[in-house]
Design a protein around this ligand. Sequence first.
Ligand SMILES: NC(=O)c1ccc[n+]([C@@H]2O[C@H](COP(=O)([O-])OP(=O)(O)OC[C@H]3O[C@@H](n4cnc5c(N)ncnc54)[C@H](O)[C@@H]3O)[C@@H](O)[C@H]2O)c1
Length: 234
Amino acid sequence: MANSILKGKRGVIFGALDENSIAWKVAERAHEEGAEFVLTNARIALRKKDIFTLAEKTNSQVIAADVTEISELEDLFTEAVQILGGKIDFVLHSVGMSTNVRKGVAYEDLNYDYLEKTLDVSAISLHKVISVAKKLDALSDWGSIVTLSYIAAQRTFSSYSDMAHAKAVLESIVRQFGYHLGVDKKIRINSVSQSPTRTTAGAGVSGFNAFFNYADAMSPLGNADADSCADVCI
Ligand SMILES: NC(=O)c1ccc[n+]([C@@H]2O[C@H](COP(=O)([O-])OP(=O)(O)OC[C@H]3O[C@@H](n4cnc5c(N)ncnc54)[C@H](O)[C@@H]3O)[C@@H](O)[C@H]2O)c1
């Protein structure tokens, strides 16, 4: 149920690829709650075109940006502030990708070039996003930044491979930058550790069904679906 809790808030939402994406559900809920935001994703993801349906539905604009490229993030935040008419109150970082996982590379034989890419896209990118936005003075005081994590940051899930390392680094950035942004600008940074969810990124993990069923059986209330995750993010 919507209560306009984000009325008047401006945001940037990273990671809506298609209607299964966690970012897609968050964008729908943020719209219901009265927020205005810009949607962003990598150019290659925009070619899938689904994001423009979401943009129409949520009355938002789409800006292409590779989350690992500083100059593209600078352009993104500069344009977002212009389009939305003021500083950004919230950022959703819902981005992840591992070529090692996608190509089924065995953990013992990790491709280290792929590993660097995994860490850059899935973890260091959060640092880049925050650092760029802060340097541009694009973030409102008392704002909020949310990113998506997974329990493999703390526990062993063999098929999650190098994404486990990325999530551990991601959560560390949340804590470290959380200190600096909290002290400087009263901005909170939180990571939401989501259950296995059938999305493009999620289903790319080998043995996803076993993964999904195990987590479902282990959790007193079962797996949280993407809509429940969106509620928590909101
Ligand atoms: N699905 C799950 O089971 C699950 C569980 C816990 C956490 N998560 C996390 O949730 C987040 C969102 O994933 P999802 O499950 O919605 O899958 P998804 O595939 O829908 O979203 C991942 C997004 O990352 C984007 N992306 C990849 N490389 C990028 C780049 N270089 N620049 C900009 N964007 C880029 C993709 O285009 C895509 O939109 C990820 O951080 C993922 O690790 C997912």
